[in-house]
Each structure stands twice: as C-alpha cells, then as structure tokens.
Design a protein around this ligand. Sequence first.
Ligand SMILES: NC(=O)c1ccc[n+]([C@@H]2O[C@H](COP(=O)([O-])OP(=O)(O)OC[C@H]3O[C@@H](n4cnc5c(N)ncnc54)[C@H](O)[C@@H]3O)[C@@H](O)[C@H]2O)c1
Length: 361
Amino acid sequence: MVIDKITINLILNIKVKNKIKIAVVGIGLMGSQHLKALSVSKKAKLHSIVDVNKNSITHAKKFKVPFYRSSTELLSNNKPDAVIVATPNQFHEKHTISFLNAKIPVLLEKPISDNISKAKKIIQSSKKNKTHLLIGYHRRHNSIVTKVKKQIDSGNLGKIVAANVMCWLYKNKDWYKEKWRIKKGGGPLGINLVHDIDLICYLLGPITHVQATTSNKIRKYKVEDTAIVNFTFRSGTLCTLSVSDTIVAPYSYELTAGENPAYPITNQSAYFIGGTKGSIQFPNLKHWYNRGERSWWKPIYHKDFNIRLSRFTLINQIDHLCDVVSGKAKPKVSGNDGLQSLKIFDAILRSTKTGKKIRVN
Ligand SMILES: NC(=O)c1ccc[n+]([C@@H]2O[C@H](COP(=O)([O-])OP(=O)(O)OC[C@H]3O[C@@H](n4cnc5c(N)ncnc54)[C@H](O)[C@@H]3O)[C@@H](O)[C@H]2O)c1
C-alpha cells in the first residue's frame, strides 16, 4: 500500500489528537524539567500551566498554552486529562486533593507531603474519588533500575544478604547561600536521601527498622553534613547507606546515572547489592559471580549489561502516566509507596536524636 503525504498527516494528526493532555502546576526547578519532558513525549502534550507567580506566563507563551494563576481557575476552564503537581511540599495536599476531587489523575512530585497525616489525606482522596495518584520517584523509570529489579526478583543473585549505598558528593559554597539549606530539613538527609529510600525499598522490599547517626563536623551548620543510616528489611537483608555533601567523590546516583545533564557523569557505581549466588553494582551495571563452586578461593567473573545510561527517566515517567490514564498500566509508584518513604524518613529523623534503632510503623 502506498501512503501519500495527506494520509501521513492524517495519521500524525490523529496521534497528536490522541495525546494525553497534561497540565503542570508549579513551574520552578522541577516543573520546568517536566515541561521539557512533555515537549518531547510521544504520548503526552502540554495542556496548560498553573503558577501563582505571574512570571511563569513566559513558559505558557513559549509553549503556546493557557496560563492560570490557581488550580481553581484551571478547573473552571477546559479540564486536562491529568496534572503534574510540582509545587512546594507544604502545598501538595491542597493542590493534589483539588484535582483528585475533580477526578483528574495526579502525578505528584516527591515527597508525597511534608507530614504523614497530610499524606494519608491525599491517599484517602485518591481512594474516595477512585482516581489515580502517582508519586514522582522517577528513578524507578530508569531502564538500568528495571534490569537490576529483574535480576534480584529472578533469584540470579540468590538470597539478598546485604546492600551498601553511597551518596557522596560535594556541594559548593553557593549552594549554601540559601538560608533554608543550613537549617533543619535542608541538609543531605532531606535533599538527597529521600530518593535512595524509595529506590532501595523498590529493589529490596519493606524496611522494618532504621538506625541513624549524623555529623556536622565539616561545615558546622545546625543541619547535618554527613549521615550513616542502617536499614533492616522484612526479608532479613541489612543495608548501610552513607550520605555526605562534603566529600569530593564520584559515588552517588546523581553522578553515576546520567539522568540529569547538570551533573558531570562518571562511570562509577553507587549501589552494591550482595546475594548468596552473586552480587550486582549499578549504575555502572555489573553482575559478579563464581562459575561452578562458590568460594572466595575461586575466580570471580563479571557480566556487563549493554544498557545505555538513560537521560529519559522523566519522559518515561510521563509516558507511564499516560498509560495509567488510558487504563494500560497501574501506577508504578503509588501513594502508599510515597507514604512508606515518608514514614521511613520520619523514623530516620527520630533515630538521629538518640542514635537508637527505631521501628518503622
Ligand atoms: N524529583 C526530583 O528529583 C525533584 C527535584 C527537585 C524538586 N522536587 C520536588 O518538586 C517540588 C517543587 O520543587 P522545586 O525545587 O521545583 O521548587 P521551586 O521553588 O523551584 O518551584 C515551585 C514553584 O511552585 C510555584 N508555586 C508556589 N505556590 C504555588 C501555588 N499555590 N499554586 C501554584 N504554584 C505555586 C512557585 O511559584 C514556583 O514556581 C517539591 O515537591 C520538590 O520536593 C523533585
């Protein structure tokens, strides 16, 4: 069959028409990343932009979409198929519930909220309205992470015994010019650790206990600059995670995964997961194992996986949102996953006060 130009245009038009229309609420650091991802997504297109700051109208003009100053204003106009909420954490509850009540699915930036009771209200609203809620832990949409998950679940590594996660990086003086970053919540536990909590739970299952120690010896701000956190998983697996923003090193997911062009990439790993039959490291993905007898006196081999580092996790996440909206998929990161991460984070903060092991409820 010969397809002429008119037919091709017709097909393309149908495809564009069928795209899921997504509004973005809050066009700051993260909201603008979502705008970029939406502009290249094959499944979604930008519906409109919402921000209290009138300067964000420049984005609306650039992408030729309507601009609204509030979610109420958006809802009283042409409704989108879904929204991405990327406003500051303290507004997550108010904004997300307003859309869920209007039966509009929401991809909500992480963390789900700034406190546990608000997070529960968001989840209740999603249930009551039978409307999907997804949380923006975008690392789960990285193809390397998908491969690691498959390796663990397939049993190729045997029983998972332990994991070692590093988040070592150096934040320069300019980063700490913002005053909130030297107060409680602004240090590497609040900024960097939260993504690692979600990822390690995704890979290794529920965490039952945490124990954490912090230090501020290098920067001497009130907030921590370094922390060591021990996790106990329901499966019995033990994990140590160390995070510091005072170490010049290439060992953090940001510097190794290549997801964000803002970070100069290295080919190192930040995650090391060990089982009775083998171990795996990533993002520089390698599977280590013995051939034949398992023994420290036998040669250890490694298999490299030919998976390219992904700069597209935000696009993958948006495409996944489209699949959820059109009923083809269930949320990869649910509201309950977001709540669980928040509970673990809360337990870590409580443990830092006493150094004691805390049960995650
Ligand atoms: N997934 C990630 O890796 C990642 C990275 C950074 C931030 N985040 C998350 O994204 C969210 C936003 O963080 P950010 O760093 O982009 O913040 P930001 O301060 O840069 O931007 C927030 C935007 O929301 C707008 N806003 C504030 N109140 C509003 C309201 N009532 N209605 C509409 N718009 C409003 C502000 O004008 C601003 O444009 C937070 O939840 C944060 O935790 C996620």
